[in-house]
Write a protein that binds this ligand. Structure first.
Ligand SMILES: Nc1nc2c(ncn2[C@@H]2O[C@H](COP(=O)(O)OP(=O)(O)OP(=O)(O)O)[C@@H](O)[C@H]2O)c(=O)[nH]1
Ligand SMILES: [Mg+2]
Length: 165
């Protein structure tokens, strides 16, 4: 994003935080730090997730969960939303490795839609700049014994305009 565009967005309030470092993790860390609420919902803003259906996340947070993970395998994966290799091999195997190594209960380690208690997540000191941020959050939250729950989530094809399978 051009510096002038960033400055304008920060001034008019449409953007709260901005990272000068590239990467999924860098962007999320900047966003979480800039957020003001007690709870934060993070999600890919490319039409993959339905932000009008966050009630389950909120009710779990209100009930005391500190990290609410979406689970696309317990919810649904719409046609074309995830390539078969990721659906049947990549995601299940990587989640299985995480469950085995870190004794995590999480069955969808890489789900991009999550809700969490902002302070609890900031205390984890997450620092991965790239996509590995997604795993770092689950692993550190598990090791620090945060209260973690899962809710079924729907994954839709993203808005980038091509079908993955
Ligand atoms: N701000 C910012 N956003 C990013 C960056 N990398 C990825 N994203 C966003 O993070 C979300 C997830 O990235 P994707 O590339 O869709 O990753 P994915 O959903 O795990 O994998 P796909 O199967 O390729 O869709 C998308 O909304 C991206 O636009 C980055 O460097 N900076
Ligand atoms: Mg995606």
């Amino acid at each position: 994003m051009a510096a002038r565009t960033v400055l304008k967005a920060l001034q008019d309030g449409s953007v709260r935080g901005w990272s000068m470092w590239r990467g999924y993790g860098s962007a999320l860390i900047a966003g979480i730090q800039a957020a003001r609420g007690r709870w934060v919902i993070m999600g890919d803003s490319d039409d993959s997730y339905d932000f009008s259906k966050l009630d389950l996340y909120l009710s779990r947070l209100r009930a005391g969960s500190e990290l609410v993970m979406g689970n696309r395998f317990a919810g649904s994966i719409q046609p074309g939303a995830m390539p078969p290799l990721h659906r049947y091999l990549g995601n299940p195997v990587l989640s299985g490795v995480g469950r085995l190594l870190f004794r995590s209960e999480c069955r969808d380690f890489h789900c991009g839609l999550r809700g969490f208690d902002r302070d609890a997540i900031l205390r984890l000191g997450l620092s991965s700049p790239g996509m590995e941020f997604a795993s770092e959050m689950v692993v550190k939250a598990t090791l620090q014994r945060l209260r973690i729950t899962e809710v079924p989530t729907t994954l839709a094809p993203d808005g980038r305009g091509f079908v993955l399978d």
